[in-house]
Design a protein around this ligand. Structure first.
Ligand code: ADP
Ligand code: ADP
Ligand code: MG
Length: 665
């Protein structure tokens, strides 16, 4: 076994790999860019080597610098994580030449599978069912027209070198095909340095289901069942689970056999993932193979009980797989949420900033439920523009899908992040969504269920919980205030027990009182609730029991009140006595700050395109411009109707944050 390995990555995945290496008794070396000097992965590793400036192209993507760092620290092997150099055949080759082991598949397998066209050819030869289409480079317009006519519209134009959800576009007609083709080629050229594109059938509302495979250097390959990753935005996954609610034993067996056949045909000898899309009819088609550890690998770990990083390290060291296909047993259900620094209320636009508060729920195992948080940051860290906006992953496992989802919902409620926008409100709302809970999924789920975009959630039941918890918090604050004022003489003061609680724009009347450790909240003309919590002022999460049930509510102080969130319902809550409420009603409603008459860059980035012209009338929600930043194309949309007065930038411009992109009349 290796004595020391280097991790050529950052963030949560670097931390996760270090944990396993440490458990195996292997020393770890981290590498870091100038932006990551104080990062968690650097602190966790036994040693750390600086590798250059913040942009990945000058640090994490520099093969020479990684190899130098290995030499300096005498690391015998490198784990590449995902992204960065993980799928570069030339990296695996360069390491081999330097006498360093690559903890991943052999360079030949990466090369054979990394290119989507070549991978599809190989898959077809291995009798894997591929998405109908033409397996080859599209040469010119005439050929594109002919192929698209043969497979039938809609078709998808895809970059052969594409990845990360980029380099894909749909064409629903010949017009769209001809228009899209040239743009797809030039985008592929600029994004991936490779203009080859191909065409395949666009499958309407499919499900994304993938098979985890594991091979060794002795010709053995097994599969570890499937993951479903249909909850996506911009063709990128947000929530994943294992197993899939669609897949039955027969389908699992067929998909697994095809994935293993492809891996064997490619001489695959590490952990990898064969991605498919599947129709609701359980027909499935090969999409691509990812020759690396996948972001969502933890859900497979929790249902199989295997540590995939450990397996990768062992097979890289030459060990034979210690498990046979018949040893693989899937137990229970696991769900993973990707916690992204992005604004769910603004079309999931990535956000940057400092993590002023960062308190993930604790990892724990109890009553058959596991909560695992794979994180790469600590409170006070900066989410920068240089890397992708994944902050952490939250994974829960339970005996059933429902138990895993409920545990996920609870853990999301207890997850406190302040300082950057994040998608927890969306994830928390999703966990309550009846269609998600029923497992009726498709990659169009978000587009279909939130056609107008994700909005603040509220329901009567949620409002009652927020009001009761808000009143309880206010009560605790009041008790504390009285203690501090030093009123020692304990002549019981008759306190007014009636309160008016404003939740968002709804007023609720209630009475509040204490019964020993518990707080009793009775709503006017209705239900009473018993609350108990050790919450004290300053804590970002109120955790306790609500009518005997465990429950968490996020608490953020605002002027005269709190912003509370529970299960995706979020509201500003103000607790008044009746006199205060009467006074508050007389206050003029605060006018919403008029959004400036300009579109500004929400983050530093590169202008990819401008979708409008001067004088054009735009409607709220219409795309205005595309900014490339944080490894994503971000569509900026009109926040309300207006007319474009001036455009201040052009494609190719590099913008600082808040730069004016266009002005409106
Ligand atoms: P997974 O397929 O493991 O679910 P993603 O598709 O989200 O993961 O990609 C994993 C990571 O790799 C992300 O950080 C993504 O930005 C990055 N990535 C994937 N493919 C590419 C590529 N071709 N070029 C650059 N980054 C990529
Ligand atoms: P990437 O390398 O960017 O991960 P994939 O080929 O894996 O690209 O596709 C990413 C996602 O795009 C899929 O999960 C699916 O949602 C969608 N997609 C890709 N190909 C098709 C297709 N032919 N029809 C419908 N959706 C597709
Ligand atoms: Mg993919």
């Amino acid at each position: 076994m290796f004595r020391r390995i280097l991790i050529a990555n950052r963030g949560e995945i670097a931390c996760r790999i270090i944990k396993t290496a440490r458990r195996m008794g292997i020393a770890t070396v981290a590498v870091y860019s100038e932006a990551d000097r104080d990062a968690l992965h650097v602190a966790m590793a036994d040693e750390a080597v600086p590798i250059g400036p913040p942009p990945a192209a000058e640090s994490y993507l520099c093969i020479d610098k990684i190899i130098d760092a290995c030499r300096k620290t005498e690391a015998e092997a490198v784990h590449p994580g995902y992204g960065f150099l993980s799928e570069r055949a030339e990296f695996a080759e360069a390491l081999e030449q330097a006498g360093i082991v690559f903890i991943g598949p052999n360079a030949k397998a990466i090369a054979a599978l990394g290119d989507k066209i070549e991978a599809k050819k190989l898959a077809a030869r291995a009798r894997v069912s591929t998405v109908p289409g033409h397996i080859g480079v599209v040469k010119d317009e005439a050929e594109a027209r002919r192929i698209a006519h043969d497979i039938g519209y809609p078709v998808m134009i895809k970059a052969s070198a594409g990845g990360g959800g980029k380099g894909m576009r749909i064409a629903r007609s010949e017009g769209e095909l001809l228009e899209g083709l040239a743009r797809a080629q030039s985008e592929a050229k600029s994004s991936f340095g490779d203009e080859r594109v191909f065409l395949e059938k666009f499958i309407e509302s499919p499900r994304h289901i993938e098979i985890q495979v594991l091979g060794d250097k002795h010709g053995n390959v097994i599969h570890l069942g499937e993951r479903e990753c249909s909850i996506q935005r911009r063709n990128q996954k947000i929530v994943e689970e294992a197993p899939s609610p669609l897949v039955d034993a027969a389908m699992r067996e067929r998909m697994g056999a095809q994935a293993v056949a492809l891996a064997k045909a490619a001489g695959y000898d590490s952990a990898g993932t064969v991605e498919f899309i599947a129709g609701q009819d359980r027909q499935f088609y090969f999409l691509e193979m990812n020759t690396r550890l996948q972001v969502e690998h933890p859900v497979t770990e929790l249902v199989t009980g295997l540590d995939l990083v450990e397996q990768m390290i062992r097979v890289a060291a030459g060990e034979k797989l210690g498990i046979r296909q018949s040893d693989v047993k899937l137990t229970g259900w696991a769900v993973e949420s990707r916690i992204y620094a992005e604004d769910p209320y603004r079309n999931f636009l990535p956000s940057t900033g400092r993590l002023v508060t960062y308190r993930p729920p604790n990892d724990w195992v109890a009553d058959g439920v596991t909560v695992r948080n794979d994180t790469g940051v600590v409170e006070g860290d900066e989410i920068s523009v240089y890397y992708d906006p994944l902050v952490a992953k939250l994974i829960t496992h339970g005996p059933t899908r429902e138990a895993a989802i409920d545990a996920q919902a609870d853990a999301l409620d207890a997850f406190a992040i302040e300082g950057v926008s994040h998608n927890i409100p969306f994830l928390a709302a999703l966990m309550q969504h009846p269609r998600w809970r029923a497992g009726r999924l498709s990659t169009e789920f978000i587009a279909e269920e939130y056609p107008e975009g994700f909005r603040l959630q509220s329901s009567e039941a949620a409002r009652e919980i927020l009001a009761a918890v808000g009143a309880a918090i206010d009560h605790v604050l009041g008790e504390r205030k009285r203690k501090i004022s030093g009123q020692l003489r304990s002549r019981p003061v008759m306190r007014e027990r009636r309160r008016v609680v404003v939740v968002g724009d709804v007023e609720l009347a209630l009475e509040i009182g204490r019964r020993n450790e518990q707080i009793v909240v009775s709503f006017a003309g209705g239900r009473s609730h018993l609350l108990q919590s050790a919450w004290s002022p300053g804590q970002p999460v109120w955790s306790g029991t609500f009518d005997g049930r465990m429950l968490s509510v996020r608490v953020r102080p605002i002027v005269n009140g709190f912003r509370l969130m529970h299960r995706g319902a979020e509201a500003e809550v103000f607790v008044y006595t009746e006199r205060e409420a009467a006074a508050a009603r007389l206050m003029p409603a605060k006018k919403k700050a008029a959004a400036g008459k300009a579109l500004r860059a929400p983050m530093p980035g590169l202008v990819a395109s401008i979708a409008v012209s001067v004088g054009q009338e735009v409607k709220a929600g219409e795309p205005l411009a595309v900014i490339e930043a944080m490894k994503m194309e971000n569509v900026l949309r009109a926040e309300r109707d207006g007319v474009v007065k001036a455009i201040r930038v052009k494609p190719g411009d590099n913008l600082p944050v808040d730069a004016v992109i266009m002005e409106f009349a």
